[in-house]
Every structure is written in structure tokens, then in C-alpha cells.
Design a protein around this ligand. Structure first.
Ligand code: FAD
Length: 400
């Protein structure tokens, strides 16, 4: 049976009951609409990369594992223009020596080019010839996330286990001083793992129809309070990052050419951030911060003690970069797609929370913003899903 969780979510400033109520009444319905709007429903991904850690060439052929690419007409035309401008700028930058005399590196040239074409599509990677992790533009495809939902695919056994194991093993910071970061890393990964397995149980294939699988949920998630606790922590972590990025998100250019959706994105985002007078905000306020909006988590507790702060931050960032690479070892294409989105979303949240100055937050790439909102939506769906499973367990118990 799935336990009721009470009290404060460890490492946060929020209690379980408040999170449940605010998620069901406020966050989840709004996020559930936001992720359907044009800007948030198309994700650009390279699903063809080889696993850099072990041989894993037996891709799953199950129909539930496959991902369908969008037709070109579906994608906002503006995005293709931005892609072409990015490609051109990158190629040009690669062929030009770095203009050190004017103090201008390759990255700033791309920034300048972006500014010239009027995009707010900021590069995540510097143009580095040694950066093997750069996506190959030729292999990038656009995917409609609504048509490729994250759900049960049958991906399991050795292959899935090996990937999860490799991800958990990244949690080795080689220093006793970093125990808080180790705990946070573990909790974020375990929370994401719980959330993914909750989605699998929520949208399970029973022969020719889909529905929630209560037994599977209890066996993989409900029977483990610690896994649930980690999921609430991860949710609050990402919620806090989105709250911290509020001003940028509210002023971002979301135009895709779809008049209704473009207008609606701003309305929904405004509504999402409108929690100033809610019980949630009163109960989830970080004690040190009076700008209490979507808080519930005090990131100043992190990355501030021990050896060199810069070193800690770099370590944390590198861990997530490695996890991104491990995603290429997932042999189910749909799981790989959603794994990549959610890891990028978590990495983006970390990037936002690591920034010292709330007035100098890092610029984000379009895909990062899409991933951030989608991972928050997936987590809110899981939080809401746990309540639904509890209710189903209760009704099953009454029947028997
Ligand atoms: P697993 O979930 O594979 O877990 C392996 C071991 O990790 C467990 O035995 C347990 O010891 C430990 N563990 C389990 N949960 C936690 C936790 N929350 N915290 C800490 N430790 C834990 N399957 C789908 O059907 N659809 C998907 O979209 C999908 N996406 C995936 C994405 C990724 C990146 C990966 C790696 C797997 C994905 N899977 C997906 C597979 C799914 O997550 C499970 O691996 C699979 O269902 C088998 O589950 P399991 O119960 O055997 O244990």
C-alpha cells in the first residue's frame, strides 16, 4: 500500500499536504495546458547517437518504443530560419580563427549573429572542436511530444537496469566534503526514476487498451516511501528553478505563428506564477527569501560549503553532462527521447539554481526551456498520479 506522506519534504521548506493540494488545484492543470501549446510541444533531438560506454546495438523493435518524426509543415517556420542561422554561424565560427585581439571568442560571434537575426536562441555549448558531445545537425529531428507520449513500452530487464545502474554510479564525487551534493544528486536521480516508473504504471498497456496499473505502481513505487520522498524533492527543486526564472520566462519570445497558442502561452504562464496569496506560497516560503514565488526550496543550502565552490559546481554540472551521454545507451527510442528531455530539464534547473545572482541568470536555449517546462509537467503529473493511485487502492480495498 502506498503510504500517506506527512510533514516537511526533507531538504525543502514545504510540506507534503500543501504540495498535493497546490499541484492538483493549481500547477498541474496549468502545466497540462502549457505543454500542449505549439512552443512546448515540439522537441528537437538526436536519437541516433551511439552509446559511448558499451555495445548496445540491439534497438528495441516494439511498436510502443518507436518515435515518429514531425512533418516539416507542422514545425513553426521561424524555427527553421533560426536553425539555418545557427548552422551558418557555427560553420563560419569553426572556419575562422578566434579573434583574440578584440577579446571576442567563437561563442560571442554566434551570440552576435543571433542578435543580428533577432533570435533568442542562445547556444548551450561553446563551439569547441574537441566537444564530441555536439549534436550532429543532420541527425536532429523534430518530435511532436503529444503524439509520442511517455508511457509503458515494455523496456525493462538487463538493458534498462544497466542504464539506471550507470546513472547512479555517476554519484561519486570523490570527496567526503561533498556529502550534501551527493545526497542532492542521488535524490534528483531517484526522484526522476520514481517519476518515470510512475508514468509507466499510469499509462500501462493492457492488451488493446491503456490505463493505470495499480499493482505495478505499488511494486515499483508505492511500497518505497523514500522513492516517493525523492520525487517530491525533485519536483520542488524544478518548481523552484522555474520560479527563479520567472522574469525571463514571462518575457521570452514564444511566437510560433500559431496566434491562439502564442497568446495563450503568456496567459498560462502568468496564471502559473500567480501564487502570491495562495496557501502554497505562505507555507512554502524559503525563510531567507522574501520574494516568495514558487519557492519551497532553498537553493542557498546547496553548493556553498566545503572546498572550492566553483569546483563543486563544475563537478555537479559534469555529472549531468555524463548522464546525458548515458541516455544514448537506452535502447528503446521513446524512453531515450523522454530520458533526454527530462535529464536536460533537470540539468537546466540546476543551471538556474547554481547561478549566484537572480538578476544575472544564464540565457537558455529554446530546447532547454521546452525541456524545463516538460520535466516540471511530467513531475506534476506523477505527484497528481500518486494521489490517484492512493484513491484506486482505497476503492480496491473497499471492494475486496
Ligand atoms: P528498474 O526501474 O529498472 O530499477 C532498477 C533497480 O533500481 C531496482 O531493482 C531498484 O533496486 C532500484 N530502483 C528502482 N527505483 C528506484 C528509485 N526510484 N530510486 C532508487 N532506486 C530505485 N519503461 C517504459 O515502459 N517506458 C518508458 O518511457 C521508460 N523510460 C525509461 C527511461 C530511462 C532513462 C530508463 C533507464 C528506463 C526507462 N524505462 C521505461 C524502463 C523503466 O524505468 C524500468 O527500468 C523498467 O520498467 C523495469 O523496472 P524494474 O522494476 O525492473 O526496476
Amino acid at each position: 500500500k502506498t503510504p500517506e506522506l506527512t510533514g516537511t519534504v526533507t531538504d525543502s521548506c514545504c510540506n507534503y499536504e500543501t504540495v498535493d493540494v497546490a499541484t492538483q488545484a493549481h500547477f498541474h492543470p496549468l502545466l497540462d495546458e502549457l505543454r500542449t501549446l505549439s512552443f512546448f510541444r515540439y522537441y528537437k533531438a538526436d536519437l541516433t547517437k551511439e552509446c559511448p560506454f558499451w555495445a548496445s546495438n540491439n534497438q528495441c523493435a516494439n511498436r510502443d518504443c518507436s518515435v515518429c518524426e514531425c512533418s516539416k509543415e507542422e514545425i513553426p517556420a521561424k524555427w527553421f530560419e533560426q536553425d539555418a542561422a545557427m548552422r551558418e554561424a557555427k560553420e563560419k565560427a569553426l572556419n575562422e580563427p578566434c579573434d583574440e585581439q578584440r577579446g571576442e571568442g567563437e561563442l560571442s560571434k554566434i551570440d552576435r549573429k543571433n542578435a543580428a537575426v533577432g533570435t533568442n536562441f542562445n547556444p548551450w555549448y561553446t563551439v569547441d572542436k574537441d566537444d564530441v558531445e555536439q549534436d550532429n545537425e543532420d541527425n536532429l529531428i523534430y518530435v511532436n511530444l503529444l503524439e509520442n507520449p511517455e508511457r509503458f513500452t515494455g523496456y525493462s530487464g538487463n538493458s534498462a537496469w544497466r542504464v539506471w545502474k550507470a546513472i547512479y554510479e555517476e554519484n561519486c564525487f570523490h570527496s567526503k566534503e561533498l556529502c550534501l551534493e551527493e545526497r542532492v544528486y542521488y535524490r534528483l536521480i531517484s526522484g526522476l526514476h520514481t517519476s518515470i516508473n510512475t508514468h509507466v504504471a499510469l499509462d500501462y498497456r493492457f492488451g488493446d487498451h491503456w490505463g493505470p496499473n495499480t499493482k505495478m505502481f505499488v511494486a515499483r513505487v508505492g511500497a518505497f516511501p523514500e522513492r516517493l520522498q525523492n520525487m517530491y524533492f525533485t519536483y520542488l527543486f524544478v518548481l523552484r528553478a522555474v520560479g527563479r526564472y520567472r522574469e525571463v520566462l514571462l518575457n521570452y519570445d514564444y511566437s510560433t505563428g500559431n496566434e491562439y497558442d502564442d497568446k495563450r502561452v503568456n496567459e498560462v504562464l502568468r496564471a502559473l506564477f500567480d501564487v502570491d496569496n495562495s496557501a502554497y506560497n505562505a507555507s512554502c516560503r524559503a525563510p531567507t527569501d522574501s520574494r516568495a514565488v514558487l519557492f519551497g526550496f532553498n537553493e542557498s543550502m546547496l553548493f556553498s560549503k566545503g572546498i572550492s565552490v566553483a569546483h563543486q559546481r563544475e563537478q555537479f554540472r559534469l555529472k549531468f553532462e555524463n548522464v546525458t551521454r548515458i541516455m544514448d545507451c537506452v535502447t528503446c527510442e521513446k524512453c531515450r527521447l523522454w530520458g533526454k528531455i527530462q535529464i536536460l530539464g533537470l540539468g537546466t534547473a540546476i543551471k538556474i539554481l547554481l547561478a549566484d545572482d537572480i538578476h544575472d541568470l544564464p540565457p537558455l536555449q529554446r530546447n532547454e526551456i521546452i525541456a524545463l517546462i516538460n520535466v516540471l509537467h511530467r513531475l506534476s503529473e506523477s505527484i497528481e498520479g500518486v494521489s490517484r493511485f492512493r484513491q484506486m487502492e482505497f476503492e480496491d480495498a473497499l471492494k475486496s
